[in-house]
Design a protein around this ligand. Structure first.
Ligand code: HAS
Ligand code: HEM
Ligand code: CU
Length: 563
């Protein structure tokens, strides 16, 4: 029996989530290609956009990929993970569908507003505000309402996970929380705590402002509320990837997870430390005292720990798997891994790229070095390795493994699927490497026509090389990435359209027990209330005083009294 036979309704709802996610990926990826070519002046005159529409494209790219693709994929993926690990159907399917519906309507509202940038005359005003929607850029109210519905929808789907857990707990009062469910619930505790910031920003300030009900707004306060959410959201993207690396990847490698308690410690650390760090996106913002930025930097550095632990645990599990398959030697075992299985190679290559992305993140986090790279192309270089690969490539690889279980169909076009992760890896190596170097050479991000790269001063740096060469690498890398994305979509579309043969598919969706099980760790790890309470206290310590400084002279007044 496969998952779809046991839990047909969960499989259907998860497929719907994936369908929306992949449509967003297709459109957002196409926008990515346009950007990569436009801003590097490659075939610019042939592209169907002009310099001002570049920002419409950039908004569409950021929103569709970083907000829509991620949220839909994650909510669907988690539905599968909770159902599988608790081995029970949804508690309240109507609620889960309602959550999906709210996310869907929200996405449609935001997408129509953004597309208005190309075809004015659509029902709403445009929304060229980028995915961070900083004030004083203003979008149509439909964009903000859409963003709010997307978040509220994810909250509702999250309630379903907790209800399933509650019902399971009633029947299993003494059992440890199954690992995948533990990971989903801790991720959502963090998600509820952190989305509060952006929900307040959108509902209290941006919607009334865009409707003309209030005329003044405090840019610093709204930016702070955004980044209060804007850092933890990156772990909302990362942790589903970790769920796959901890629970599915070792199995694909032919082994077992090294340590369940260590995995729990990692997720607890993310609950505690993900939120009180948002100021590391605001090191250059005036109006926030240096001391608070310093606290955020210290917390950020501590937040490296769970990822370093992950690198250790996941690589140890892979090594164990490789040695089970006959791998030998210090590094020779790497050859014994199933590099021809796209689900494995996609996740493993995503992990390798994340190691590089993690290191550029450490550089971002240093308060003084940040001044060098802030707002340069270095930053997109960093996050295409993290959200753009650690998340996106892991999601694609997971789909190769999961989609057959959700449909009962065989994966089609296996050869294309086999090559796809390598095409992505190569494209991202070129694009991200050149973005990092370009950033150091001063190339700005979010600029349609950066004034570099033409012959003359600044076109060549003796250490970093020539800007024209970097631009070309970005263009070639971006094109390869788009090719990789198209290959993924062909595989998914082909599988979707294929017929389910009678009883032919036997995917073994089971996941072997870890080498060191949950009972080897303390029970307190499962005390979700305790971790949530400590997380709230840490947030109050990090944000209480600076936020008070911003609002004590009135919540709508621009400017603030710095501490
Ligand atoms: Fe970041 C900016 C700091 C992680 C995403 N980040 C961004 C932005 C995005 C983003 C989207 O401190 C731009 C926002 C904007 O538009 O302005 N980031 C960090 C730090 C980490 C970090 C310290 N970021 C992420 C993740 C993201 C993400 C994860 C998305 C998913 N980031 C920053 C800072 C800025 C920033 C500043 C502001 C910059 C500015 O000035 O604007 C850390 O969490 C990273 C820790 C990671 C590691 C790596 C561990 C390695 C592992 C690999 C294991 C290997 C495997 C493979 C599994 C220490 C886990 C094995 C395979 C074999 C074959 C053996
Ligand atoms: C920004 C290309 C895939 C998330 C950019 C930029 C380029 C680019 C060139 C920088 C634009 C600028 O700063 O002027 C591509 C290509 C992709 C791709 C060619 C593959 C086909 C992805 C994926 C994600 C992603 C998979 C996330 C899941 C973002 C975000 C931004 C961005 C959040 C920042 C938008 C902003 O600054 O407002 N992309 N990208 N990209 N990309 Fe991608
Ligand atoms: Cu951050």
């Amino acid at each position: 029996m496969t998952f779809v036979d046991d839990y047909p309704e969960v499989a259907r709802l998860t497929r719907w989530h994936f369908a929306v996610a992949f449509v967003a990926l297709a459109l957002g990826g196409f926008f990515g290609l346009l950007q990569a070519l436009y801003r590097t002046n490659t075939l610019r005159s042939l592209l169907p956009i002009n310099a001002s529409q570049y920002y419409t494209v950039l908004t569409g790219h950021g929103v569709l990929l970083a907000l829509v693709f991620t949220t839909f994929f994650i909510c669907g993926f988690f539905l599968w993970a909770v159902t599988r690990s608790l081995d029970r159907p949804m508690s309240n399917p109507k609620l889960a569908w309602l959550g999906f519906g709210s996310m869907f309507v929200g996405t449609a509202l935001a997408a129509i507003s953004i597309l208005n940038g190309f075809a004015p005359g659509l029902p709403f005003d445009s929304a060229d505000v980028l995915y961070t929607f900083y004030v004083p850029l203003k979008a149509s109210p439909a964009f903000y309402v859409g963003a709010a519905l997307l978040i509220v929808g994810s909250w509702i789907v999250g309630v379903e996970y907790f209800m399933m857990y509650r019902d399971w707990r009633r029947e299993n009062p003494d059992s440890r929380i199954p690992l995948q469910t533990f990971m989903v619930l801790t991720t959502f505790i963090m998600w509820y705590l952190s989305t509060l910031g952006v929900a307040i920003e959108v509902v209290v300030f941006l919607i009334p402002w865009s409707l003309g009900w209030i005329s003044e707004i405090d840019p610093l306060l709204t930016r702070t509320l955004f980044w209060y959410f804007g850092h933890p959201v990156v772990y909302f993207w990362l942790l589903p990837g970790y769920l796959a690396w901890y629970t599915v990847l070792p199995k694909l490698a032919g082994g077992r997870l090294f340590s369940d308690p260590l995995a729990r410690v990692v997720f607890v650390l993310f609950v505690l430390l993900s939120t009180p760090v948002g100021f590391h996106h605001q090191y250059v913002d005036p109006g926030i005292a240096e001391g608070f930025k310093f606290i955020a930097m210290t917390n950020t550095m501590m937040l490296l720990l769970p990822s370093l632990l992950t690198a250790f645990t996941v690589v140890a599990s892979l090594e164990h798997g490789a040695r089970q398959r006959g791998g030998k030697g210090y590094l020779g075992w790497l050859r014994a891994l199933p590099w021809d299985k796209p689900a494995f190679s996609g996740m493993a290559l995503a992990g390798l790229m994340f190691a590089a992305g993690g290191f550029s993140g450490m550089i971002n986090a240093g308060m003084n070095i940040n001044y060098l790279i802030h707002n340069t192309l270095w930053v997109p270089g960093h996050f295409h390795l993290t959200v753009g690969t650690a998340f996106a490539l892991t999601a694609m690889a997971s789909a190769y493994w999961l989609y057959p279980q959700l449909t009962g169909k065989r994966l089609q076009h296996r050869r294309i699927a086999m090559a796809q992760p390598y095409v992505w890896f190569l494209g991202m190596t070129l694009m991200s490497n050149a973005m990092h170097r370009g950033g150091l050479a001063g190339l700005p991000r979010r600029t349609a026509k950066p004034l570099f790269g033409d012959a003359g001063a600044g076109a060549f740096d003796p250490v970093l090389g020539s800007i024209a060469e970097m631009q070309l690498q970005i263009a070639i890398g971006g094109t390869l990435l788009f090719l990789g994305l198209a290959m993924f979509l062909v595989v998914m579309l082909g599988t979707w359209l294929s017929r389910r043969g009678a009883g032919q598919l036997r995917v073994n969706g089971s996941i072997p027990a870890p080498l060191s099980g949950a009972d080897d760790g303390p029970r307190v790890l499962d005390n979700l209330r305790l971790w949530a309470a400590i997380a709230v206290v840490l947030v109050v310590i990090a944000y209480g005083l600076p936020l008070w400084g911003m609002i004590e002279n009135g919540i709508l007044t621009p400017g603030s009294v710095p501490f």
